[in-house]
Design a protein around this ligand. Structure first.
Ligand code: F6R
Length: 610
């Protein structure tokens, strides 16, 4: 949440910062701003709204120079407005700060500074940083001394970047719990909250760790820890490609990422399934000996990642017979859960930066538990702070609504449960072989579904004015009902709820009228007859049925107002195929309603605040 960028080099800082901000806009789009050193003077431009509004301001009032910082905001403290937009500055306008995260003790600090005569312009927590630095500098401290004192004063999880008029060639930065990277180009350095903004210009990157800070000019990068000790920057080759962050001809990242799923599955199959059928989790670094001692598993995650975890629970319990629970990270961390030493915690996160998931890892580690994370960003804080991690291999996900990362998580949970089952000797060779064969067919089946996307696009027109949606699924597809509802509400702003089919008659069925479409996930499986009962009960109350069925289905289809057929597959794999039409439904309904799927209202990707 919130994107920050910085630059020192020979190029026009205005254009470098604006390109960087455009890459990070999915992290927040309430307001945007930049601060640059223009002829040794600090110049700030900021505007409420999306980056386009800032671009218009810069056309009227351009800035020049080669050093600066920028910000795109997801509001935490203070409403979206020009005054609350970053950068924030001190009274003399000699320091400019951009910030991602939360300063938890800002109110105390603000009151103290106000009592000393400092005047605040905004309602943000960030502004305390510029005044605190200004106070230290006016007490004749060096910039280094001012920063070291700042780190002792502020509390929370945050990352900042700053420019100072008195050091016009440098960008300062620090992080304590929010991601920050430095990229190296040709006699130039870049700064960003995530890799997507560095792909175009940087050949090498350095991931700044918590409690590290420093500065760069165009010539050098200097790093310290919060005690002021020197740290040698660890530069890594930057391996992402421009195609990873480009829309590739699609109108939105969300639809591009939905379409990428077949290709991603091919890559995962190549990487994880060896020719002899064995599964390869070599990067995991959690020995078979440790896994053999696990007696309970707790999966903790948030949002869409929690839904994949709920499917993972079924896989792990089926294939390893180890009791597995799923927990919302935001609850797990505060409820002092009962967990024994032989419990394995699995944390699932696309971004690897979700604050609640990270805090739950800390909670688990405080209880001396082993933590295995499944992350899409292997350079993330969650990957770093876990005992072991699995790369979910979905490639950079930029669409705010998670799609390809979800299916990649589900496939990895399935493969991991199968791998784990070899340690516990719980799965028959026949089933293993059957599943491997079926998994290998998934990319073609996903392509088949995507080729039928126009069917769903056509339906979307019928739901432009719909106010409520219900999604029903059972067992492996109950989490898909939850995920379908989450996708629809976050992208199209239509209220939607997902339920387990069996629970529906215990209350929620009261919602049914002819105005409420009900998406019923009714593939051929043991529980198919039960889903048919759900459909009958809804029809009897004049509900509108949208069914997702197995190809060739007759019964559910004949009862449905809209019906989408997915290829037949093993029940274990059905969630992967079923979610794709639901991703497409949310996308096309959002488009039909004139919503912006990559920038949904009030949301931003990578929830780094609690
Ligand atoms: C919904 C969505 C969110 C995330 C959640 C966790 O489409 O993207 O619900 O799944 O914020 O994020 P990660 O997986 O990055 O921890």
């Amino acid at each position: 949440m919130c994107g920050i960028v910085g630059y020192a080099g020979n190029k026009s800082v205005e254009s470098v910062l604006m390109v960087g901000l455009a890459c990070l806009e999915y992290r927040g789009y309430d307001s945007a701003g930049i601060a640059v050193i223009d002829h040794d003077e600090l110049e700030i431009r900021k505007e409420k709204g999306k980056i386009k509004a800032l671009e218009a301001l810069l056309r009227e009032k351009p800035v020049r120079g080669n050093v600066g910082v920028g910000h795109t905001r997801w509001a935490t403290h203070g409403e979206p407005s020009q005054i609350n937009a970053h950068p924030h500055t001190n009274e003399k306008q000699t320091i400019a700060i951009v910030h991602n995260g939360i300063i938890e003790n800002y109110m105390q600090l603000k009151m103290k500074l106000q009592s000393l005569g400092y005047i605040f312009l905004s309602n943000t927590d960030t502004e305390v940083i510029s005044h605190l630095l200004s106070m230290e500098l006016s007490a004749k401290k060096t910039v280094k001394e001012a920063f070291l004192s700042l780190f002792k004063t502020i509390q929370g999880k945050w990352a900042i970047a700053a420019v100072f008029e008195r050091e016009p060639d440098k960008v300062y930065f620090a992080q304590d719990g929010a991601p920050l990277l430095i990229g190296k180009g040709k006699r130039e350095y870049f700064l960003a909250s995530d890799l997507s903004a560095l792909v175009r210009n940087s050949t090498e990157v350095c991931y700044i760790k918590p409690k590290q800070w420093g500065y760069f000019s165009k010539e050098e990068l200097v790093l310290f820890d919060f005690d002021g000790n020197d740290v040698v920057p660890e530069m890594k080759k930057q391996e992402a490609k421009w195609e990873d962050v480009d829309k590739g001809g699609f109108p939105h990242y969300m639809i591009k990422e939905i379409y990428e799923q077949a290709g991603i599955f091919r890559k995962i199959i190549d990487r994880r399934i060896k020719e002899n059928g064995e599964l390869d989790f070599s990067e995991m670094g959690l020995s078979k000996e440790i896994l053999s001692k696990v007696n309970r598993i707790v999966i903790q995650a948030a949002g869409t990642s929690l839904h994949s975890g709920m499917i993972g629970k079924h896989y792990l319990e089926q294939f390893t017979k180890i009791q597995t629970d799923t927990e919302m990270s935001s609850e797990f961390r505060y409820r002092n859960p009962v967990v024994e030493g032989d419990t394995l915690i699995i944390a699932i996160s696309q971004s690897g930066e979700t604050a609640d998931t990270l805090a739950s890892i800390h909670e688990a580690k405080a209880k001396f538990l082993k933590v295995l994370s499944m992350v899409n960003n292997v350079n993330s804080t969650i990957a770093r702070e876990s005992d072991a991690f699995i790369d979910t291999c979905a490639g950079m996900e930029i669409g705010v609504a998670s799609t390809k990362a979800f299916t990649a998580q589900v496939l990895h949970l399935l493969l991991f449960a199968m791998y784990f089952s070899t340690i516990k000797w719980m799965m028959s060779d026949e089933l293993r072989k059957e599943l491997i064969d079926e998994i290998k067919q998934l990319p073609t089946k996903i392509e088949y579904i995507l080729n039928k996307a126009p069917e769903i696009e056509k339906w979307a027109q019928d739901f432009i004015n719909t106010k409520d949606f219900v999604f029903l699924g059972r067992t492996y597809n109950h989490p898909i009902a939850l995920e379908g509802a989450l996708k629809l509400k976050e992208i199209s702003y239509i209220h939607a709820s997902g339920y387990a089919g069996g629970e529906f008659k215990h209350g929620p069925i009261a919602l049914i009228t002819s105005e409420v479409p009900v998406v019923c996930i009714a593939n051929k499986s043991e529980i198919y007859p039960k889903m048919i009962s759900n459909i009958q009960e809804i029809k009897a109350r004049s509900g509108k049925i949208i069914s997702i069925v197995t190809e060739g289905d007759v019964e559910a289809k004949s009862l449905s107002d809209y019906c989408f057929e997915v290829p037949a597959c093993h029940e274990f794999l059905s969630p992967i195929l079923n979610v794709i039409p639901l991703q497409l439904l949310s996308y096309y309904v959002a488009i039909a309603r004139g919503c912006t799927p990559d920038q949904p209202r009030n949301l931003a990707k990578s929830v780094t605040v609690e």
